[in-house]
Design a protein around this ligand. Structure first.
Ligand SMILES: [Zn+2]
Length: 481
């Protein structure tokens, strides 16, 4: 009998230990915390527990000689015999904008407890790290004045930033236009092209600079945005067009074909259009730090079929089936007309590009790009330098085009802007070139290292450094079928 009682007591103790006093302490992993922590530093702290579940997780900053600041905390009360039932949580603490905190050395601590009785014995943080606290945003000033962009149009600003600015530019609504360093002789000056996107007419542009710790300075621009109304157009879609384009475009872009032409068309006009624009923004991320051009942009001599930011209503059998905005100019003349490069630049893309079919994108520097869509033939390769007027391909109707024409877009870092301004010599002079000319320009980069002449080659082993080797490029002439 006594043995049985002893066995029972042992069982109770074992159960209690296994459930209430389990020895598995919470673990903590921390991501993305740099040596210097500022107001905008993104931090991710994940706490896990394999036993009784998490009870309390807290991220603290302990500046030298000051009280601990709690940056984030979460509590998970016991919900049953076995604990909280929460085995993992992620906190994203930040140093809030208004939290007073001394700068300098501090300790970042993560405390985590579980529902085990043993938790009471664990009196130290599960993670500790030495950091430097810097909550001073970089210096930022706007030197240019009287910015007057139209909705859908472009503008240029000149910023002056502190040496610790890691990033600067102009924020317009959701869109950030990065500034270009290295354009001016004074290394603290930045040139930034920005736009008021056609779909954000109420956005107010502001200058922004952030440092490595994420501290952000904002300065308002002297800016007056000119409102604008865009044309409304109706585009009837017919069966001949649908059966000619839809199956081909769905297949070419890896989209499912349900067999229903209108359904397939909507997938192209909505989803593929959106995916194409996202791809364009990726392709237009990096730009040369200087203007690769000096004159206005060329407009292919042809009649405009559609203008910038036309609001299009699509109808099928008299029914409205879709609405989209046309982000460029459609220019049509004869079939397979040679397409000139609108200005000097570098080919950043040449190939099939979603709704734009066979397309070319040129970088003109300082964030400015041009796009040529629906080409029947592409005559340049990625990485090539082109001059103003150089033929880059021939017009066609590849992609989502009903007939032979050129789709022409001007873009700032992939955001479409009205090309009319860039075709206008006077507009460019007033809004861009005059502002850039106010400060001394950085000396041109040293010419590409001269290719060693055979006589001067030091040793036979010298690899052909191929100074200006025209980048590993795509195969020539991606001609359309
Ligand atoms: Zn177009």
């Amino acid at each position: 009998m006594r043995a049985l009682v002893a066995l029972f007591v042992l069982f109770v103790i074992a159960t209690l230990v296994a459930t209430r006093a389990e020895p598995l302490a919470p673990t903590v992993t921390v991501e993305g915390i740099p040596d210097t922590v500022g107001r905008g530093t993104p931090m991710r702290v994940t706490a896990k527990d394999r036993g009784s579940g998490l009870a309390h997780v807290e991220v603290r900053l302990v500046p030298d000689g000051s009280d601990a600041l709690v940056l984030a905390r979460q509590d998970f009360p016991r919900t049953g015999w076995f604990g909280s039932g929460v085995y993992e949580t992620t906190l994203a603490p930040t140093l809030g904008a208004n939290v007073p905190v001394p700068e300098g050395h501090a300790k970042l601590e993560v405390w985590a407890t579980d529902h085990s009785w043993l938790s009471a014995l664990r009196r130290s943080p599960r993670y500790t790290r030495d950091v430097n606290v810097d909550v001073t945003p970089p210096a930022l000033g706007v030197l240019s004045k009287r910015h007057a962009p139209r909705v859908g149009g472009s503008e240029l600003a000149v910023l002056k930033v502190g040496p610790d600015a890691a990033d600067s530019g102009v924020q317009v609504g959701d869109v950030f236009f990065p500034a270009t360093a290295g354009f001016f002789k004074d290394p603290t000056l930045r040139a930034v092209l920005f736009a008021v996107p056609e779909n954000a007419p109420a956005a107010v542009p502001v200058a922004v600079a952030t440092d490595g710790a994420g501290n952000r300075a904002e300065v308002s621009l002297d800016v007056r945005v000119e409102p604008r109304k865009f044309a409304e157009k109706t585009l009837p879609i017919n069966d001949a067009f649908l059966s000619r384009k839809v199956p081909e475009l769905l297949a070419a872009n890896g989209l499912q074909d349900s067999g229903n032409l209108v359904d397939g068309y909507l997938r192209i006009n909505r989803d593929l259009r959106q995916a194409t624009e996202a791809r364009i923004r990726e392709l237009c991320r990096d730009s040369a730090p200087t203007t690769l051009w000096t004159e206005s942009f060329l407009r292919m001599p042809a009649a405009p079929l559609s203008g910038f930011a036309d609001r299009r209503t699509y109808t099928y059998n008299g029914q409205v089936i879709d609405h989209q905005t046309h982000l460029g100019y459609d220019l049509a003349s004869l079939k397979n007309m040679p397409v000139p490069a609108a200005n000097a630049g570098r080919v950043v893309f040449a190939g099939p590009l979603g709704i734009y079919g066979n397309a070319v994108i040129l970088d003109h520097g300082v964030g400015l790009f041009s796009l040529y869509g629906h080409l029947s033939e592409i005559g340049v390769t990625q990485g090539a330098e082109v001059k103003r007027g150089d033929p880059i391909g021939k017009t066609g109707d590849t992609g989502l085009a009903a007939g032979d024409h050129l789709h022409f877009s001007m873009m700032i870092h992939g955001v479409h802007v009205d090309p009319v301004e860039w075709w206008d010599h006077h507009w460019i002079g007033d809004h861009v070139l005059a502002r850039l000319a106010e400060y001394p320009k950085a000396p041109p980069p040293p010419p590409p290292t001269p290719v060693a002449t055979p006589a001067a080659a030091p040793t036979g082993a010298a690899a052909p450094t191929g100074a200006a080797a025209p980048a590993a490029a795509a195969p020539l002439g991606e001609s359309s079928p």
